[in-house]
Write a protein that binds this ligand. Structure first.
Ligand code: DHB
Ligand code: MG
Length: 229
């Protein structure tokens, strides 16, 4: 089967092929997804190939302190925690206590519980409490899209020169390119991309993704100047 333009059947087959070939069967991650579903959480965790991408970014960058904004059921948290060197830590922020409970059980079952610090509360309240800690080496932003610019601002404040920043869900089925978009989640993402393009603290790009979560994308940035703007 070949096709000049992607169709859902086509891109799902390629995603499955990549995942089967490069990620493989992973009971801890599969159980985390099942537990999340059984608890009634939405199936909006990153795709397996995407989780592995985050994992590799963390390893390539040598990240020892990782900050995740938006834990959900801990699926991406497990991927990130598995990338840590000795002494590393993932701090992950989750606004919804029920989600945090599911994530706690999932990271514990996956054997990375001692590496993961789940802070329950809204990002805007929890992020300022992290100012006194050592800077983060990698920040993964995957929470309410309306707050993406606030989260990017905190990523620069809590990072250092060279900190890697990833923002999930930047393409949203193509809606991001609509200048008349009114959905606050899309507008929040457009503002985040504009910030990544103009704020002198970041250098960034974005990639579209087609996987079992549909047509979406991630922004990838490096902090070139940390602190407040
Ligand atoms: C939604 C949020 C996400 O982080 C995601 O990856 C997919 C969907 C949402 O809020 O709809
Ligand atoms: Mg997401």
């Amino acid at each position: 089967m070949t096709s000049a333009s992607p169709t859902p059947d086509g891109w799902l087959a390629v995603d499955r092929y990549f995942a089967d070939t490069l990620v493989g069967h992973d009971p801890a991650l599969e159980e985390a997804v099942e537990a999340q579903r059984d608890a009634g959480l939405p199936a909006i965790e990153v795709a397996p190939v995407n989780g592995k991408f985050l994992h590799l970014l963390a390893r390539i960058s040598g990240a020892r302190r990782v900050l995740e904004i938006g834990t959900l059921g801990g699926y991406s948290t497990i991927w990130l925690a598995r990338a840590l060197p000795r002494g590393g830590r993932v701090v992950t922020i989750e606004a919804e206590p029920v989600n945090a409970g599911v994530a706690r059980a999932n990271v514990d079952r996956a054997g990375v519980g001692s590496l993961v610090d789940i802070r329950v509360g809204r990002g805007e309240h929890v992020l300022p409490t992290l100012s006194d800690e050592e800077p983060f080496d990698l920040v993964f932003i995957d929470a309410d899209k309306e707050s993406n610019t606030l989260y990017l601002d905190w990523a620069a404040r809590l990072g250092r020169e060279g900190t890697v920043v990833v923002v999930d869900n930047v393409a949203r089925g193509g809606e991001v390119a609509d200048p008349d978009a009114t959905d606050p989640r899309v507008v929040g993402t457009q503002r985040a991309l504009a910030m990544l393009g103009s704020d002198p603290r970041f250098d960034a790009t974005a990639l579209q993704t087609l996987d079992l979560k549909g047509w979406d994308g991630i922004a990838l940035a490096v902090v070139v100047r940390a602190g407040e703007l």
